[in-house]
Design a protein around this ligand. Sequence first.
Ligand SMILES: [Zn+2]
Ligand SMILES: [Zn+2]
Length: 121
Amino acid sequence: MNFIKHLDDVIMQKEAMHRELRRKTKYYRRQIKTTNRLRHNIEIHLDSLSQYLSTRETCPVCHESNELRLLKCRHLCCHNCLEQIHINEEDAKCPLCRERISNLLCFHQYEESDSDSDSDV
Ligand SMILES: [Zn+2]
Ligand SMILES: [Zn+2]
């Protein structure tokens, strides 16, 4: 008798755990969805920001104004010049202040690159 009661308790505990897990999974799925949506919005904003900047600013390195990117250090640099300093490399530095720019503010252009790491900004 006691043994069966014990089994019932164990089963109930397991079911409670499953319910909790399902609840958490649902919660995290929702969180991920929200994060992705935010990220998407940010990318759109950055895109229009760099387009806006491209119409008003020039690259401080080559003085052209096409495809300007805003760096994390808040300096502007054009796509071509960034390519030349190997922007996708870990220790790429801003041509103006030498700050590391592994995290571009406008990064959407570089997403196809073979960055296997899951580290997010
Ligand atoms: Zn340039
Ligand atoms: Zn800089």
